[in-house]
Write a protein that binds this ligand. Structure first.
Ligand code: NAD
Length: 384
């Protein structure tokens, strides 16, 4: 067994644990840059905590999934205000912006110098400014991963800045912060979280440590996502989906993902569509085509038994087939009113370019088997 596991320096989890910030905020300096969503969530408590601790705050609003310009503007503000540390308070878009900003505040050079695939992909020389990540959606697990996903509009792609220095100093995961998340966002972010515990479990890079997180979280995702969607005030359901999201972050950062995310990066770069919606639309067909590819030409038959595990966990039926598991997930997507790719503005004419870009994406490398172009096309057709 050979494992290399890394995560945030400290993880604080539990309903109401945002209050823990009071105890630690003074350790990181006198001036903070708060990266937050434009409208949601309400940052009032955060501002009060800063004021009580005599920490001077400035904030930067993130309006959409971050792009190079967003990050550069936030870095400029952080430099101008001479911030000692950074807090990210929002969904994955905010958390990723904060990670990139905290890194660039302590490193020379432009963001493009560090971005993979389309940039130079250079490693960071210096550790980031201390970064406290406080997610307010239950989806990305970005508070414990070492990458920040940034879109590059002129190249129409979303790519990562990736480095161990991007791991936050502290991750505070407080399910209470997700109580007000509307239904559609609950569905899409929740399906992202669910996908992020499924893909690492069948990934080429799966390992016994990550398996523990996935084994725990896949059944919880299956039991609680619809409940959280039906009743946003179901605290038990919200807590469990925040947990699944956190497990997804731990898993993806240490075992990679697969074709769902391999497609999601390029599609998200080409179309202004929420990341979770893309993942949800693709998950059942990616599972089905992976299963068929592994059955026909996979040497890696142990991966098929992992698909059987997933089928058993999601359906609750001891001898469920992989097809039944896939059907169960497809019907969950239907119940959550997840749109199909065709409803997200994607046309069949876009398939060749999506396939071409996806082949180069880093998540595709974690897929349990290398897919042929025809198989990739079939996935898109089935999700259409
Ligand atoms: P998001 O951050 O874009 O937020 C979606 C919406 O939810 C926004 O409109 C936001 O204002 C709203 N929102 C956030 N918190 C809320 C709250 N408490 N109440 C009401 N509304 C709230 O969506 P996301 O799915 O969390 O993040 C997506 C981004 O994360 C994408 O760019 C994706 O590529 C990236 N991502 C990163 C990683 C990683 O490891 N770095 C992993 C997966 C996804």
């Amino acid at each position: 067994m050979n494992i290399d596991f890394s995560t945030a320096n400290r993880i604080i989890f539990g309903a109401g644990r945002l209050s823990y910030l009071r105890e630690i905020i003074g350790h990181y300096g006198k001036k903070v840059l708060i990266i937050k969503g434009k409208e949601f969530p309400d940052p009032g408590t955060l501002f009060t905590i800063c004021e009580d601790a005599n920490v001077v705050w400035n904030y930067f609003n993130v309006e959409n999934e971050p792009n190079v310009k967003t990050v550069n503007r936030a870095v400029e503000l952080g430099r101008e205000k001479e911030c000692d540390f950074v807090i990210g308070f929002g969904g994955g878009s905010v958390i990723d912006t904060g990670k990139a900003v905290a890194a660039l505040l302590n490193n020379q050079g432009s963001l493009l110098y560090y971005l993979e695939v389309i940039g130079k992909g250079k490693p960071l020389r210096n550790p980031s400014k201390p970064y406290i990540a406080i997610p307010t959606t239950a989806g990305t697990g970005s508070e414990v991963t070492r990458n920040a996903v940034i879109s590059v509009p002129d190249k129409k792609v979303k790519v990562s800045m990736r480095n161990a220095y991007l791991l936050p100093e502290v991750a505070i995961v407080d399910p209470e912060l997700t109580y007000g998340v509307p239904k559609t966002i609950t569905a899409m972010t929740g399906m992202d979280a669910f996908t992020q515990v499924i893909e690492p479990y069948v990934s080429r890079y799966s390992n016994p440590m990550v398996d523990l997180f996935c084994k725990d979280a896949i059944p919880k995702g299956a039991s609680y996502l619809l409940r959280a969607w039906e009743d946003g005030n179901d605290h038990e359901a919200r807590e469990n989906i925040s947990w699944v999201s956190l497990m997804g972050g731990l898993a993806l950062a240490n075992a990679k993902l697969g074709a769902v995310h391999g497609f999601a990066g390029p599609i998200g770069g080409m179309f202004h569509v929420p990341h979770g919606a893309i993942c949800a639309a693709l998950l059942p067909s990616v599972m089905l085509i992976n299963m068929k590819a592994l059955s026909h030409r996979g040497k890696n038959f142990n991966k098929l038994t992992r698909f059987e595990d997933i089928a058993r966990w999601v359906t609750g039926v001891e001898n469920a087939t992989i097809e039944e598991g896939v059907e169960w997930i497809a019907s969950l997507c239907k119940n959550l009113e997840i749109p199909r790719l065709s409803e997200l503005g994607i046309k069949k004419a876009h398939f060749p370019i999506i396939i071409d870009k996806s082949k180069k994406s880093s998540s595709m490398k974690g897929n349990p088997i290398q897919l042929t172009e025809r198989e990739m096309e079939k996935i898109l057709e089935l999700s259409y």
